[in-house]
Design a binder for this molecule. Sequence first.
Ligand code: B12
Length: 211
Amino acid sequence: MSGDLVNLLADLKEEEVLALLKKKLAAGEDPYKILDETSAGMAIVGKRFAAGEYFLPELVYSGEVLKQVNAILKPKLSQGNKETKKIGKVVIGTVAGDIHDIGLNIVEFMLDVNGFEVTNLGVDVPIEKFVEAVRKTKTPVLGLSGFLTPAFDAMKETVEALEKAGLRKNLKIMIGGGQMDDEVRKYAKADAYGKDAMAAVSLSKQWYGVK
Ligand code: B12
């Protein structure tokens, strides 16, 4: 077996990726470090796609490989971390026009194992559906995920719609996903940007006032 996880994933070497992953876990490597490596590998896939070296089939395939990786990683990430008493609700979803959900599902999983009651609205969520979910669940925390540039506007419009509906005052909104950063956070008028699933957990805990 040659290469590291980042490059094997970037090169879409499915079998070698899975074999190395299992080896790393068996050797007791930190699953969070492995999670970071998979993100780095996917970032290279994205760059190759943008550069015209990879095409849509490779993008789809990378998503499939990553799903398998995550299925193996998940039980390790939750070990010793199963909260029984729930802290509170968090509603999450990928904004309208965007169908990326691998990051979103990791966020859901990490929030869940860290004691939150998560409502995952899925992908390409229409603005009204976010508004309806916030109204119905009375959640104080909303997470918007997005991986595409057009998601900037979808996020902004979602926040505006929540404002118009009178639901913004008692609501903390975090954003995250591939192309998001603090500039987008400002543009969308959200409360925070989180770079990964653990940031989603930290922000939610902070807003619920728990350590
Ligand atoms: C896999 C992939 C796909 C898969 C998605 C499969 C799936 N079920 O999600 C498929 C093939 C479907 C796909 C489709 C497309 N994709 Co795509 N895709 C990717 C790729 C390679 C990886 C994304 C991914 O899953 N990464 C893995 C996750 C785990 O990584 P992560 O970001 O570290 O996740 C963490 C954080 O983001 C954070 N997080 C996520 N959400 C949230 C939310 C909150 C609240 C918080 C706090 C944190 C948080 O937590 C996560 C876990 O730690 C990216 C490249 C990239 N670097 O992002 C392109 C990329 C996002 N795709 C891109 C494009 C262009 C497309 C298409 C338009 C291609 C096309 N021509 O059809 C379509 C879009 C369709 C649509 N309407 O959405 C572009 C976007 C460019 C842009 N600026 O808009 C990218 C950047 C590739 C590129 N460089 O060109 N894609």
